[in-house]
Design a protein around this ligand. Structure first.
Ligand SMILES: *[C@@H]1O[C@H](CO)[C@@H](O)[C@H](O)[C@H]1NC(C)=O
Ligand SMILES: *[C@@H]1O[C@H](CO)[C@@H](O)[C@H](O)[C@H]1NC(C)=O
Ligand SMILES: *[C@@H]1O[C@H](CO)[C@@H](O)[C@H](O)[C@H]1NC(C)=O
Length: 735
């Protein structure tokens, strides 16, 4: 494990997660505060209300409504709305205080970015990293929609996601919750997710502002990031989120350039509310608030879950905030602004009308109405699982499997199967059996998990004789089974240790070995060139329909079209950054994150960003560039179009990616992703794909003028099927 799998930090952060997410039984035990929050609600009514036609208001309209309500509030009432009622005091992981006359409800804030945590009757779909790997805007939006629908039906006002921290160091523990290593991709995925969630009248939360790229020492460390890198890499997804109308932003645990993120005037006031014009509210990560006056004055709008530390019963807001106002250390206008932001967000999402009562309870199952809100979401989850599966290697077109040619198949590895322990342990915190999700607060409970074995068996029917060895030891047995089969499928994951040996034992014994990898992020693959390993399939974290999505790909019912949202290096040392165990660390690679680093330093990756194979082939015809506006100013508008034809034997989807090389004056890495599309093409058909580059895509951040600037000079547009498989390039000049 230590040698071959980079994502070991998932394991080393155990204790941190446990201080955040108490094991369920302990939570029960320590729950002392009994009250009846759940009003009687008709179950059918909740489900009916769950598919609303939401009329999302503009911020101006929302603020006008909020003002009428907030004008009637006393200082204590306003402060109450900004203050969480305490960990495990309400039904949700976070609830703020209510007011009566005028009436404002306790809002329900609930994990996680991939579905509802601490609830049953919910879906547990593909992780954020898989959503990104689909490179499919429409599918990412639909994923947001179904999650929003489930949160609303359960009566949760606020979904604590999406997670949009950057995959900077491959072993960082929570990379899988977010969308990979490229700011443009993360920005698109964040905006689509937010639009999807909020279309259901549920507030989305962009998190975590900012610099929360690792878990180790996250409560105390300072991420030191220079101005340009903040703007071009780490703030970028938040900028796209604000443009998408996100209701809330969560400030991070860590410090940014020496100051706690939740009391950082720079991060919250200057960047988020100032430069980006964010109108919604900033909430703290759970216990990430460290002060009353500094937090309030520097832009924090809501403290979560309210108490200073879990169960402490006191708060930096609440009475402390009221006192600070009365002592003149915080202006009452600031408190009014906090509440306006919260109440306006509530009106913006239409939550003043027909919002279902909260009908689940995170900590007390006996108070939970156990409403099943899954609807038919499993279909989309299965589709997304397949659409985000990346085919890395496919020698001799061994895939898709042709059922007629295979008599005997061996399935090897503990990852091929599920067991009760793996399914039931809280927040998926024990690596046991197949992995289809990461673990921690970013999870939701599986309603069921279709294992790879179940999925393959269901698809193979009785045409193929399947033998199995569902363990990672007893290698002679595994090799023996493999030697007697036409095809050997080895299922491995990033959380257990013997895969290298298992893979090698099987590959040595069977010349048609297919490796299937369930992992939270990049892994090292020193075995990838073994001549008997004919195919490598990377389903990542596909969620509850795992085995079905896998079978769809293996048997060719779905043509793979997932693309790597990160770089897979040949050697660990090739990556630009690693986890830092200190208290203060520099993002010294600057803007050269991910593939930019490999490009700039001429390092050959094993599999590059944007890479993924298909069962068909695509031809790209030359780019046409159309300059609607030839000058480097705010109205710049450059169009590039390319014709793509499916020249192979089967239908399939292609992901043309547009990379830009900037004029030298901008001092950018060799190329930056600035556009992508996913197009479905029947065999023999073709389509024109257009990319549009405007100020956002064509500017760099100038530290001299502290502004985004469109440089003058010669640009290059490269359109390719990955960051290193450029099919066509063209230049244009802005003057
Ligand atoms: C503050 O919120 C709590 C919890 O919702 C509620 O019981 C209390 O009445 C509220 N206080 C005020 C002043 O509104
Ligand atoms: C006010 O904040 C201090 C820490 O600054 C804390 O010790 C105290 O308990 C808080 N008071 C209340 C009433 O929550
Ligand atoms: C793509 O661009 C071409 C020319 O640049 C234009 O004629 C065509 O209408 C565009 N197609 C779409 C779908 O926007």
């Amino acid at each position: 494990m230590k040698l071959y799998f980079l994502s070991t930090a998932v394991v080393t952060t155990t204790f941190i997660y446990q201080s955040y997410a108490l094991p369920f039984d302990q939570a029960e035990e320590e729950f002392s505060y009994t009250r009846k929050l759940l009003s009687e609600i008709d179950v059918q009514e909740a489900v009916k209300q769950a598919s609303p036609l939401i009329n999302i208001l503009s911020w101006d309209e929302s603020y006008a409504k909020a003002k009428m309500l907030v004008d009637q509030m006393s200082l204590e009432q306003k402060v109450n709305i900004t203050t969480g009622i305490g960990w495990q005091t309400g039904p949700c992981v976070g609830n703020n205080g209510r007011t009566t006359s005028p009436d404002f409800p306790e809002l329900c804030l609930q994990d996680s970015p991939l579905g509802m945590r601490f609830a049953d009757g919910v879906s547990s779909g593909v992780a954020g990293i898989n959503a990104a790997a689909s490179f499919d805007r429409a599918a990412i939006r639909k994923r947001g929609e179904y999650m929003g629908e489930e949160f609303r039906a359960k009566g949760a006002h606020i979904q604590l996601g999406p997670s949009m921290n950057m995959l900077r160091a491959p072993e960082a523990g929570r990379n899988w919750e977010a969308f990979g290593e490229d700011p443009f991709l993360v920005g698109v995925a964040s905006a689509e997710t937010i639009t999807g969630i909020q279309s259901q009248g549920v507030m989305a939360v962009a998190k975590h502002l900012i610099g929360n790229e690792q878990e180790t020492n996250r409560l105390v460390h300072s991420a030191n990031i220079d101005e340009r890198t903040i703007q071009e890499v780490y703030l970028w997804p938040f900028a796209r989120s604000v443009e998408a109308g996100v209701a809330s932003v969560m400030c991070a645990y860590n410090k940014i350039n020496g100051v706690y993120a939740c009391e950082s005037d720079y991060a919250i006031n200057k960047l988020l509310k100032g430069q980006l014009g964010f109108k919604g509210f900033v909430q703290s990560d759970w216990s990430a608030t460290h002060s009353t006056v500094d937090s309030a004055n520097n832009g924090l709008d809501m403290t979560m879950p309210g108490d200073i530390s879990f169960y402490s019963g006191d708060s930096y807001f609440g009475k402390n905030l009221t006192d600070a106002v009365q002592a003149g250390r915080v202006q009452e206008d600031r408190v009014t602004d906090m509440v306006m932001r919260i109440v306006a967000s509530w009106y913006k999402l239409g939550q003043d009308q027909n919002f279902p009562n909260t009908n689940f309870h995170s900590f007390r199952p006996e108070l939970d109405k156990h409403i099943d809100v899954q609807s038919d979401h499993k279909n989309l989850i299965r589709e997304m699982g397949a659409a985000s599966t990346i085919l890395l290697k496919n020698l001799e077109n061994i895939l898709p499997l042709r059922t007629s040619g295979i008599k005997k198949m061996a399935i090897i590895g503990s990852d091929a199967t599920t067991n009760q322990l793996g399914l039931e342990c809280e927040d998926h915190g024990c690596a046991s059996g197949s992995i289809a999700s990461g673990w921690g607060s970013g999870t939701s409970r599986y309603p069921y998990l279709v294992s790879p074995l179940d999925g393959i068996r269901a698809r193979a029917g009785n045409i193929i004789d399947i033998t199995e060895h569902l363990r990672d030891d007893d290698l002679p047995v595994a090799a023996e089974l493999a030697s007697k089969a036409n095809i050997a499928i080895v299922c491995v994951n990033a959380n257990s240790g013997e895969e290298y040996i298992t893979i090698k034992a099987v590959a040595d014994a069977n010349e048609n070995t297919i490796v299937v990898i369930h992992s939270v992020g990049p892994i090292l693959m020193p075995w990838s060139n073994h001549p008997n390993i004919k195919a490598i399939v990377l389903p990542g974290l596909p969620g509850q329909e795992s085995g079905n999505s896998l079978a769809d790909i293996l048997f060719g019912d779905v043509n793979p079209s997932g693309r790597l949202p990160y770089t897979i290096a040949k050697r660990k040392e090739d990556y630009p950054a690693k986890i830092d165990h200190g208290m203060s660390f520099e993002y010294s690679e600057g803007i050269n994150i991910g593939y930019r680093w490999f490009d700039k330093n001429g390092i050959e990756p094993l599999y590059e960003f944007g890479y993924g194979l298909s069962y068909t082939s695509f031809e790209y015809r030359d780019i046409n560039i159309n300059l609607n506006q030839g000058t480097a100013n705010d109205n710049v508008d450059v169009q590039a179009s390319v014709t793509i034809a499916n020249t192979g034997m089967v239908d399939g989807a292609e992901v043309p990616q547009a990379y830009i090389t900037f004029p030298e004056i901008a001092d950018e890495p060799p190329k930056l992703l600035r556009g992508f599309e996913k197009i479905f093409l029947g065999k023999g058909s073709e389509q024109v794909v257009n990319f549009s580059f405007r100020k956002t895509e064509l500017s760099y951040y100038s530290v001299e003028s502290h502004q985004w600037v469109v440089p003058q000079g010669e640009f290059k547009v490269h359109i390719g099927s990955s960051s290193r498989n450029i099919r066509s390039s063209a230049t244009f000049t802005l003057s």
